[in-house]
Design a protein around this ligand. Structure first.
Ligand code: PRX
Length: 654
């Protein structure tokens, strides 16, 4: 984010004077009461660890040797046992774990905790037969089907760390991740439904496996019944391998894991072309996600909670699978897009299951705003009691629209700030306690020491802006980047020694409330998804006709940011609409459809300094239609003028 952008964001926020104090009725029954803020952080995390069932109690709460933390040392537990078995043992086997709704209408399943246990045990037994055991790395490349959480939980049961790869990623992205983690097994499905058409997951997987020879077995779930090719000796169908397997939990007991054993890796974009394998371990992660889920979403035993994210992102890991299931919560899980077959699909779901808590991203809220409130008005949404937002800064207009048109004007809205790396929500209102302000994530969660630092590392006081940092470890924090110690130190711990640098700009107001201002590095946030500019640039220059490419984000009313690419073709060739489509598709193939640029500006030359460095700041100014900043260091100042004349209006057909 440039200074101008940050300045503009700050100005808008200062004009934001609306305040929403908690409703006393809500406060009286809220899970979070004021005492929570009074506990010392060690007392708090010791107390909250009781939320989890331990096979052996932990002995040491925290060992902090910056930049690595270990939590609940000496403890033994199993995540699957906590998310599934213990609820059945407590007599809650008949409670619904997932109301699953497929994208094709009337394709629904109700999965109780007992059903979930049976499915997980059967599948874990099948995985065992394929050679999966404690420590076997497993890749999961699926859509939003119940078998995706089943696969994750079966891995957790066996002590096999997983990496879930979002179904929108391409074959190349999948094989990079499988290779980095050295996965031995891949779990996928024939195809996924998406807006009435299908995504060929198995076909992508086949392509990925051509360059991931470490994967010896590939399990294929039948979802659409679409045709797939199966490689003998390697590929097996899910339904065939579970046939005849026992669903008795004793037949496949939960592996006792150390608190610090690896639970999963989740790859996320950094500032280089290579995604980072963010490592999350067992106990701290589970305590962190279950605790925040309980207090921030005010989940009650009778709640029907819906996190409308995809399991392929961290939000899905923490707040569709591990947090809610650990808390024994009934969730909705929906396979498809919000506008299929019509734009009221979500509201139909909320009404039908009487959802009381909805958690989604600003980009989705803005899409609904664009489609108009009439779709929500056709449904009874009075069951909704609380609304949550995540993934990017929420503009006050969207916040208010969400509260008024979806929440009926009375529900608290919790704007939750966190990251793949943090594992759990770190900055958020506590409903019933916090006076909310549209656009502010408000206060650090109890026990979290967040601050805003200036460039020199001084804490800025109320009213100041700078970089968001965390000064104290928290249970669900990342345990590093897989196999990349130096990169871990460099990315998060080198800007300010001993302090975690989040990569976000933030401002703190007179009340101590945090306003998140977006990324300060070369990472874009498109529809709440993190995409690195360099990753997209690498994908573009990978095309045989591209000589050079520079990529940046521009503001977009729906997706938050949109990707703009400036491309120079080899041999001085001119761009064309066909070339544009070809390059967009090429990026889609290299990374995934989410990374396709919204605009491609073909230019004979990129603006460079005399030493040959691309002037990204100027390209951002062009992309945002801002007056051009200082151009005096440019080798050829006429270049940017020319690029500007070529324009950056939206060229996407979607
Ligand atoms: O820039 C912040 C933004 O999303 C980034 C983290 O992205 P990811 O790891 O993909 O996780 C997204 C879901 C947790 C952050 O560095 N971000 C996330 N939540 C918010 C946010 N920005 C502003 N407000 C938020 N509530």
């Amino acid at each position: 984010m440039t200074e101008t952008q940050r300045g503009a964001a700050i100005e808008t926020m200062f004009e934001e004077v609306r305040r929403y104090p908690p409703d006393p009725g809500f406060t009286a029954n809220a899970n979070a009461q004021a005492e929570l803020y009074e506990l010392d952080f060690e007392e708090l995390w010791a107390k909250e660890s009781q939320r989890v069932t331990w096979f052996e109690p932990w002995k040491t709460l925290l060992e902090w040797e910056p930049p690595y933390a270990k939590w609940y040392l000496g403890g033994k537990l199993n995540v699957c046992f906590n998310c599934v078995d213990r609820h059945v043992e407590a007599g809650k086997g008949g409670k619904v774990a997932f109301h699953w709704e497929g994208e094709p209408e009337d394709d629904r399943r109700e999965i109780t905790f007992a059903d979930l246990q049976a499915d997980v045990v059967r599948f874990a037994n099948a995985l065992k037969e394929l050679g999966v055991g404690k420590g076997t790395p497993v890749g999961i490349y699926m859509g939003m089907v119940p078998e995706c959480p089943v696969a994750m939980l079966a891995c957790a049961r066996l002590g096999a760390p997983h990496t879930v790869v979002f179904g929108g990623f391409s074959a190349d992205s999948l094989s990079d991740r499988l290779n980095d983690m050295e996965c031995e097994v891949l779990i996928t499905q024939d195809e996924a439904w998406r807006r009435g058409t299908t995504v060929p997951l198995k076909r992508n997987a086949d392509e990925a496996l051509e360059s991931s020879s470490g994967v010896k077995k590939c399990v294929v779930l039948r979802r659409t019944q679409g045709e797939v090719s199966m490689e003998r000796g390697r590929d097996v169908f899910w339904n065939e391998i579970v046939e005849g397997k026992s669903d008795d939990p004793q037949s496949c007991p939960c592996e006792p894991m150390d608190s610090e054993d690896l639970l999963y890796l989740l790859y996320t974009s950094g500032t280089t072309a290579k995604p980072k394998g963010i490592a999350h371990t067992t106990a701290g992660y589970l305590v962190g996600v279950a605790t925040t889920h309980h207090y921030i979403f005010d989940v009650k035993p009778e709640s029907v909670y819906w996190c409308a994210a995809d399991v392929g992102w961290v939000t899905g890991h923490s707040y569709i699978v591990y947090g809610p299931l650990c808390n024994g919560t009934t969730s909705v899980m929906y396979e498809g897009t919000p506008d299929f077959p019509d734009k009221d699909r979500w509201w139909d779901i909320v009404e039908r299951y009487k959802v009381d808590i909805l958690y989604t991203a600003p980009t989705a809220i803005r899409s609904h705003m664009k489609w108009g409130p009439e779709h929500a008005e056709r449904h009874d949404l009075s069951s909704l009691r609380l609304l949550g937002s995540v993934g990017e800064p929420i503009n006050p207009e969207a916040w208010i629209w969400y509260r008024d048109h979806i929440g009926g004007g009375g529900t608290p809205v919790v704007d939750t700030w966190w990251q793949t790396e943090t594992g759990m929500i770190l900055i958020s209102p506590l409903p019933g306690l916090t006076t909310t302000k549209p656009g502010s994530a408000t206060k650090p969660f109890p026990g979290i020491d967040a601050a805003v630092f200036d460039e020199q590392g001084n804490e800025v006081g109320p009213g100041g802006g700078g970089y968001l940092v965390l000064r104290r470890p928290w249970p669900a924090m990342l345990r590093g980047i897989y196999k990349e110690h130096d990169r871990y130190v460099e990315t998060y711990w080198s800007k300010y020694p001993g302090v975690y640098f989040a990569g976000d700009g933030a401002r703190i107001d007179e009340d101590g409330d945090f306003w998140l201002l977006g990324r300060v590095d070369d990472v874009m946030n498109v529809s709440g998804h993190r995409i690195s500019t360099i990753e997209v640039e690498s994908a573009l220059v990978d095309h045989q006709e591209v000589a050079e490419a520079a990529v940046c984000g521009r503001m977009d009313p729906t997706t938050g940011q949109a990707i703009v690419a400036f491309v120079t073709l080899k041999g001085g060739a001119e761009g064309s609409p066909e070339k544009l489509a070809e390059l967009r598709n090429h990026v889609g193939t290299k990374i995934g459809a989410i990374a396709k640029p919204a605009n491609i500006v073909f230019t004979p030359e990129l603006p460079k300094t005399r030493s040959g460095k691309i002037m990204r700041r100027l390209l951002r100014d062009v992309a945002e239609n801002r007056p051009l900043g200082d151009t005096t260091t440019l080798a050829d100042p006429t270049v940017v003028e020319e690029i500007r004349d070529r324009g950056t209006t939206d060229q996407t057909e979607e």
